[in-house]
Design a protein around this ligand. Structure first.
Ligand code: PHE
Length: 459
């Protein structure tokens, strides 16, 4: 197992960066970031989000790479090994488990949203956006999510694709695909932002995003920003530890992590600059929720010359961006099944895929509005929420930050300094800044936000 893990490394530093960026950039940036920003008041939310990325996300990301690189094993085993090396309890392996479980739950709804994107490739290609009037576009979306069979068809296609590619092993083909995808995605977003700004209300969008009005920021917004900084960087879900385990020696943990965080943030902000000019220009609600991009982008495409082609190309890219993230998600569970039960890779991928498929039905029926998916969370201090909303909140806003807290504590206080210094392989100033953030800033910030959260739940 150790041998196998070590051998399946990225072809090069560049290959690792591509794969890691491919995992980070996904639906989180293009689908989720705009709508949660819209729901939480814009500018002030972005400020908190950026602070979370800088002072919590990046240090935790480096810690995960360091842990993976030291352990060279799937997440739980890496934690166990390092704990052993430091004379600490083997129970720390639980941190790895917890992450894999969180990632798994996220993936259960992730494939459904990726399925929406796939449906939109079809809608765009077959000219179903019409003249792009808001009524047609909204109806298209409403009809799609109300139809469980259609949704199941699209998400099953995504899941099958993921299973087959993962079953065959992380390969150079994936790296090359991401290499092509990233620049194209950024370029398309730039062109779309220009168009959206032109046909929509650029000034309104700019003010909404970059003028921070803190009176609009709620505690819920802060919790969401914190959670999303983990979600978008693929943290606390076993993925980055897994990637660290495959990292070639001699690659700079610091530089690659910073680069990935910058690329990821850039894509998210660009996505906002595409969506919000349309929202304000066409009188849509910024707080429309998970359907936001699907109700705004078709309007942009129907206005653009060549928008028919462009829209199809864009949704294809979105599917692809989601796909590279799904692959990363699944890698951790498959690596574990292989190691633990001596499954062949393809077998492991199918087992993992089947469980995910069943879980994905919960999200599908939530969107379709099935009665049994409606939960009453008033006993928790919450209101009414469907299963999708509950899984989303539980993973992004609770499990990921909690996992991040454990990782920060582990990397900063349990792992020996000698080990982390060796794996970070950087100068002592940067090392000390990192250690300080990980020891104090990240744990204190996460704990404070959590205490507040518990506070609101009890109110
Ligand atoms: N970071 C991905 C995105 O923003 C989501 C993700 C989370 C992928 C965790 C892998 C692991 O879309």
């Amino acid at each position: 197992m150790v041998q196998d893990t070590i051998q399946r490394r990225w072809s090069s530093r560049y290959g690792y960066m591509l794969a890691a960026t491919g995992s980070a950039v996904g639906l989180g940036n293009i689908w989720k970031f705009p709508y949660i920003m819209g729901e939480n008041g814009g500018g002030a939310f972005i400020v908190v989000y950026l602070l979370c990325i800088l002072f919590i996300g990046i240090p935790v990301m480096m810690a995960e790479v360091v842990i993976g690189k030291r352990g060279r094993q799937p997440p739980a085993a890496s934690f166990r090994l390092i704990a052993h090396e430091a004379g600490a309890s083997p129970r720390w392996a639980g941190t790895g488990w917890f992450g894999v479980l969180a990632g798994y739950l996220v993936l259960s709804f992730y494939v459904v949203i990726a399925g929406w994107a796939l449906a939109y490739v079809w809608f765009s290609g077959s000219g179903q956006f019409g003249q792009g009037d808001t009524a047609t576009v909204s109806a298209l979306f409403a009809d799609l999510i109300a139809d469980p069979l259609k949704l199941a068809f699209f998400s099953t296609t995504i899941l099958l694709g993921t299973v087959v590619v993962i079953g065959r092993g992380v390969n150079a083909g994936l790296e090359r695909a991401v290499e092509l995808m990233m620049p194209v995605l950024i370029l398309m977003l730039l062109v779309m932002a220009a168009y959206a700004g032109w046909v929509g209300d650029f000034q309104g969008a700019f003010d909404f995003m970059f003028v921070a009005d803190f009176s609009k920021l709620t505690l819920h917004g802060v919790v969401t920003a914190l959670g999303h900084s983990f979600f978008t960087l693929s943290l606390a879900s076993g993925i980055v530890v897994m990637f660290g385990a495959y990292l070639p020696t001699g690659v700079s943990v610091v530089k690659t992590s910073i680069y990935i965080a910058i690329a990821d943030t850039l894509v998210a902000l660009l996505a906002g600059l595409v969506i919000f000019p349309v929202v304000f220009g066409y009188g849509l609600a910024p707080s429309a929720g998970p359907g936001l991009i699907f109700q705004t982008l078709p309007i942009v495409f129907s206005q653009m010359p060549g928008g028919y082609f462009f829209g199809t190309a864009f949704f294809t890219m979105l599917v692809f961006a989601a796909f590279t993230s799904s692959l990363a998600f699944m890698e951790a569970s498959v690596a574990w099944l292989e190691g633990r039960f001596a499954f062949r890779r393809m077998q492991a991928a199918f087992v993992s895929g089947t469980v995910l498929w069943l879980l994905s039905l919960l999200t599908i029926f939530s969107f379709a509005g099935a009665e049994w998916t409606k939960l009453d969370l008033s006993w928790l201090g919450g209101g009414q929420a469907n299963i999708f909303e509950t899984i989303d909140f539980l993973t992004a806003n609770v499990m990921l930050p909690l996992g991040g807290l454990l990782i920060a504590l582990f990397g900063a206080w349990i792992m020996t300094k000698q080990a982390s210094r060796e794996e970070m392989a950087t100068n002592s100033i940067i090392y000390n800044i990192w250690l300080f953030s990980l020891r104090y800033v990240a744990p204190v910030a996460i704990t404070v936000v959590f205490l507040q959260l518990v506070g609101i739940i009890q109110l």
